[in-house]
Design a protein around this ligand. Structure first.
Ligand SMILES: C[S@@+](CC[C@H](N)C(=O)[O-])C[C@H]1O[C@@H](n2cnc3c(N)ncnc32)[C@H](O)[C@@H]1O
Length: 200
């Protein structure tokens, strides 16, 4: 549930109320985590064969796309984000598009070999719908590589003071690892593997 939160309830909020500008500062953090995610899923060396298509879903300013490009320069990447300010760079093998990932109506079923999505689903409206749409556009036998922020700070504060109430920015169901796994299974992803990064 995400009722009553200006970020979670309104995808346009990423621009309209200035969250995208604020997050631009934070977005330097995900780059090393994007690299870890790439290592974790152990993608094959020949990934930049031209018939492989990769989606960076909710790309932001492109932390994941940059890591993918560096590792496989010829890889065909489609980077999409709901926020217009984010999708203004075209690179050789990267196409960018403004799109609401809850309904990627321009994208055929079973289109992408790999879907990467970093730190979007835990902060976005209607995360279950996002997961279902990721499943629709990812090929059977393809891979979803999803990264979410966990919430260790709240857990630590609650141990000190059980009355601690956190400022709710992220969706509860998409920060707890087991709930993330259940959400992905509900969206019909199979063989879900959880990896927790202790970072920094
Ligand atoms: C926390 S940022 C993460 C950006 C990037 N993936 C990264 O790792 O740095 C979340 C991004 O999700 C985008 N977003 C939120 N809801 C979305 C939706 N329904 N469809 C597409 N993008 C969305 C926002 O515009 C924002 O750029």
């Amino acid at each position: 549930m995400s009722a009553g939160n200006p970020v979670l309830d309104d995808v346009d909020g990423w621009d309209r109320i200035g969250h995208s500008q604020a997050y631009a500062q934070v977005e330097r953090l995900p780059a090393p985590l994007a690299l870890e995610l790439l290592k974790t899923i152990k993608i094959p060396d020949n990934l930049d064969r031209l018939d492989i298509i990769v989606h960076d879903n909710g790309c932001g300013i492109g932390a994941m796309t940059s890591v993918l490009e560096s590792s496989s320069p010829r890889l065909q990447i489609q980077a999409t984000d709901a926020s217009p300010s984010k999708c203004d760079e075209e690179c050789l093998n990267v196409t960018t598009e403004i799109a609401d990932s809850r309904s990627l109506s321009q994208t055929h079923d079973d289109w992408f070999d790999y879907t990467f999505s970093t730190f979007m689903i835990c902060l976005a409206p209607e995360p279950h719908r996002l997961a279902q749409e990721m499943n629709r556009v990812t090929k059977p036998g393809g891979t979803l590589a999803l990264a979410v922020w966990a919430d260790p700070w709240t857990k630590a504060c609650k141990q000190v003071d059980g009355r601690h109430e956190r400022l709710r920015i992220m969706d509860d169901g998409w920060t707890d690892p087991e709930q993330v796994k259940a959400g992905l299974q509900e969206a019909r992803f199979k063989d879900v593997v959880l990896v927790t990064e202790k970072w920094p």
